[in-house]
Design a protein around this ligand. Structure first.
Ligand code: HEM
Length: 360
């Protein structure tokens, strides 16, 4: 194998090993999203990463996320209301597309009128517009100046949003500079929208074809387990890219310095060596899935992600009890959805009782 080659990893053990070994397999310089400097904390070296990540984890706590629940529930309800009024519709364009944008707006304490602008900036970098590399290069400075202005305007002001928590934390040793906070916000815009939208779409598609699972909304524990299994089974982030820094070994194969690595999270989550009957949908599994990655770069937004998916499910079932795929549209495969793929459903005329069907 030569350094120009690309290595694909698709087993649970090897994907996990590569993601944990940040000394050998780097994220630095791997993805160009129009940014002028590395995105924090994702694109930092193993020596820099712990400081930034600790600051982010200290600010983006389960408590901060839990405090957003009422407002995000209301958002999810408002987004699902037109579906209820029409007896069905496309969950992707109504709920999944917008809930994660509103979540970011609330988390960062931004004006709600900015949701459309943020959605547009995101789409120019990661949406269909991303095929235009000049467009991506032009969007980068706009995103940077948007967040730089937000961060500068918050200096010295009191408030409970994440921006202030990052720049003026209780433990001053964890304070990030204005540029660092703006970079974290840039990353949140790119990392925190599509995976959530995909997961909500996958949930809607799965609950439509397996409506007995809709009864999970009756129990917080069942809903938590359902969301976790959905994330394993549908893996909203399909693969993670890395570059090998110095010759390294993974799964018995030597990877040369310079080689590109594709860590296939979706395949690893269906690895029969890690999960019994991996294609079956079985909430309550104990084995750890890799939908949120592994190692130091493990998703920083797990609590917010889980909350949004759970709220979307609750509000969809509430708006369209017993919903099913709309026969007038193609039924999407919940495990192969991408953000934005339509998931058109119709109300089912009442939620069926849970019947303990074990799979699918
Ligand atoms: C279902 C939804 C989500 C999924 C499946 C997901 C998945 C992932 C994965 C696989 C990674 C690892 C990336 C890598 O190692 O290259 C990651 C990192 C990250 N995610 Fe998420 N994510 C989700 C939602 C969110 C949300 C809502 C936020 C915040 C608003 C967020 C913020 C981040 C950040 C900041 C990182 C980088 C962490 C670091 O480099 O230390 N994610 N996510």
């Amino acid at each position: 194998m030569t350094s120009g080659e690309s290595v694909v990893l698709d087993r649970h053990a090897t994907v996990r090993q590569a993601l944990e070994d940040v000394e050998s397999f780097t994220t630095v310089g791997v993805i160009d999203c129009g940014q002028s400097a590395p995105l924090l904390p994702l694109q930092t070296s193993p020596s820099d990463h712990p400081r930034i990540r600790r600051a982010l984890d200290t600010a983006l706590t389960p408590q901060r996320v839990a405090a957003l629940e009422p407002v995000l529930r209301q958002r999810a309800r408002d987004l699902a209301a037109p579906l209820a009024a029409r007896g069905g519709g496309d969950v992707a364009s109504s709920v999944a597309r917008w809930l994660p944008v509103h979540a970011l707006v609330e988390l960062l304490g931004l004006p709600s009128d900015d949701a459309g602008r943020l959605r547009d900036l995101h789409d120019r970098v990661l949406g269909p517009g991303a095929a235009d590399r000049d467009g991506v290069a032009a969007a980068g400075p706009e995103i940077e100046s948007y967040f730089s202005e937000v961060v500068a305007a918050r200096r010295g002001q009191s408030g409970t949003d994440l921006v202030r928590a990052l720049s003026t934390p209780e433990d001053r040793a964890l304070a990030l500079s204005d540029d660092e906070v703006a970079s974290v916000c840039y990353l949140l815009l790119l990392a925190g929208i599509d995976p959530v939208a995909t997961a909500i779409g996958a949930a809607a598609a799965h609950l439509a074809v397996a409506p007995h699972h809709q009864a999970v909304v009756d129990s917080a524990r069942d809903l938590r387990r359902y969301v976790e299994e959905l994330l394993r089974w549908s893996a909203p982030v399909v693969a993670l890219p890395r570059r090998c820094v110095s010759d390294a070994e993974v799964g018995g194969v030597t990877v040369p310095a310079g080689a590109a690595l594709e860590c296939r999270v979706a395949a690893a989550n269906r690895d029969p060596a890690a999960f019994e009957a991996p294609d079956d949908f079985r909430p309550g599994r104990r084995e750890r899935h890799l939908a949120f990655g592994a190692g130091p770069h493990h998703c920083a937004g797990v609590h917010l992600a889980r909350l949004q998916v759970a709220l979307a499910i609750e509000e969809l079932v509430r708006a369209l009890p017993g919903f099913r795929p709309d026969p007038a549209h193609e039924t999407p495969d919940p495990a192969r959805l991408a953000a934005g793929d339509p998931v058109v459903v119709v109300a089912g005329g009442g939620r069926p009782p849970q019947v303990g069907a074990p799979t699918g």
